[in-house]
Design a protein around this ligand. Structure first.
Ligand code: FRU
Length: 484
């Protein structure tokens, strides 16, 4: 939503209790709230931040402007979880209340260091001429939930970048702390800079190199870089804004991509043995994926089921955005697979065979098999006239299409209202999670993933039909999460 800059950057303390209550009251009227995905308790949610395991719990923050559906003065809002399924807001926030993050506590990551959680993030600072001065800054979260910001700037904007320099990801490699930061060169090319903690002290950083990941030079800015290690192989996850569509076909306003490599050299920043750039997600809305190597050996990821610079039907209710389900990342036959964490199964209830499913409440999990040589079409969020979100799974020619042009509130049409991707020309499995206005589709154990929003026009649009072809499997209702 386009709101005046003055309103978006109004200081938090200047919002009255009545204004905040009015925003929340309006939010409550929305028919589209998710039942088991995380949404902002107030206003806009964008990137996941600080995803980590600390003090026997998972920690996850989200970027937030709490006063409406716009990108304004950002803070981090803190969530904890025991199982990566149920998340609870703790009330802890990284607010834009310091000279080094005065115009926003922008995205960043977290690392457990000596019994405390270190938060490494971008302080967005604007001067009186509204010129941006990005500062990479830190804060400590202790086991009692006390948040203490550092006063010093850990990394200043380098001379070689524009004011687009942000989103530090801290990670440990060979027992040493490193950080990668997204940015833009003076020639307006997207880059990722690599830093190392001097003497392994995260309060002191030295520049190592620009990450050499084989960029074609087409992106004008790179946001939210992550480097994780799966089966020892480095996997780079990032958002290359402006990426040439000849390099990688995509339809969304900005892509969210990954590259699997064979080796990482922390002294030169070279990633070698590239398996080529791929889309992380083929749906209408997915961005800013954050992943980390969890101490239990899993590599966990979560994304923003949304995109920058887009309006949403929920804007009228003063909120926008949701987080995806938490996914476990694995490599299978050289491909990145993303599957919802196993614990999600605890939300499955009232299982029935797909053929015997009763009417739905738009909160369900469908585990299906589509046989080979089929063109099977399913309709989600279907009206009594059977119009809704159409999913066509063509195992004859090996294509999958998601079409939201037929029904539902139309928006972001400038980027098309169909998404198509390749699937194997053989039988495929589908795990589909529908949640009121959000759908996540996992094909063949997450080898292909589509995350999308869909806003049904009426509460009667809650049908689920097999329009043509064959599909069999299980239908589960999904349990609602507390407070949602
Ligand atoms: C990505 C992003 C980040 C930035 C944050 C601000 O969506 O633009 O680059 O840190 O959002 O909310």
């Amino acid at each position: 939503m386009n709101l005046p800059q003055k309103l978006r950057y109004r200081r938090y303390e200047d919002w009255t209790a009545e204004e905040i209550a009015a925003i929340k009251a309006k939010m409550q009227q929305s028919p589209w709230h998710c039942h088991y995905h995380v949404e902002a308790s107030s206003g806009l949610l964008n990137d996941p931040n600080g995803f980590s395991y600390f003090n026997q719990q998972y920690h996850l923050f989200y970027q937030n402007w709490p006063f409406g559906a716009a990108h304004g003065l950002k803070q981090w809002v803190h969530l904890v979880s025991d199982d990566l399924v149920t998340f609870k807001e703790t009330g802890i926030r990284v607010q834009p209340d310091h000279a080094n993050d005065h115009e926003g506590a922008y995205s960043g990551s977290a690392q457990v260091i000596d019994e405390r959680l270190f938060l490494f993030y971008t302080g967005n600072v604007r001067d009186e001429d509204w010129i941006r001065h990005p500062k990479q800054v830190g804060a400590w979260l202790d086991k009692e939930g006390q948040l203490t910001k550092l006063d010093s700037v850990l990394i200043e904007q380098p001379k070689s970048t524009t004011d687009h320099f942000r989103d530090p990801q801290i990670f440990s490699y060979n027992d040493h702390y490193y950080a990668i930061i997204g940015g833009q060169t003076l020639q307006k090319e997207g880059i990722i800079k690599l830093y190392r903690a001097v003497h392994n002290n995260v309060l002191k950083w030295e520049y190592v190199a620009d990450l050499d990941f084989g960029s074609d030079g087409s992106p004008y800015m790179i946001e939210c870089p992550n480097l994780v290690f799966i089966d020892q192989k480095p996997v780079l996850i990032f958002c290359p804004q402006g990426l040439a569509k000849t390099t990688l076909a995509y339809d969304n306003i900005y892509p969210n991509t990954y590259i699997i490599f064979e080796e990482f050299d922390p002294n030169t920043g070279r990633l070698s043995g590239s398996h080529g750039m791929q889309n992380l997600d083929f749906g209408f809305e997915s961005y800013a994926t954050q992943a980390f190597n969890s101490p239990d050996g899993r590599v966990l990821a979560v994304a923003w089921a949304g995109l920058p610079d887009l309006a949403s039907p929920t804007d009228a209710y003063h909120y926008q955005g949701a987080l995806t389900l938490v996914r476990e990342l694995t490599l299978k036959e050289g491909r990145l697979c993303q599957e919802p964490v196993a614990a999600l199964a605890k939300l499955n209830t009232n299982a029935s065979s797909f053929a015997d499913r009763k009417s739905t409440s738009n909160s369900y999990h469908l585990a299906l098999t589509i046989p080979a040589n089929q063109v099977s079409q399913l309709c989600f969020f279907a009206s009594p006239e059977k119009s809704g979100l159409l999913l066509t799974v063509d195992t004859t020619s090996g294509f999958l299409t998601l079409d939201r042009s037929q029904a539902g509130i139309q928006y972001a049409q400038a980027y098309g209202s169909k998404r198509t991707c390749q699937i194997p020309q053989q039988h495929v499995t589908l795990n589909v999670y529908v949640d009121q206005s959000l759908i996540e589709i996992f094909v063949d154990q997450g080898q292909t993933v589509l995350t999308s929003r869909y806003y049904p026009e009426s509460t009667k649009a809650n049908g689920l039909y097999l329009i043509s072809g064959l599909a069999s499997g299980t239908f589960y209702e999904m349990r609602k999460q507390n407070g949602r």
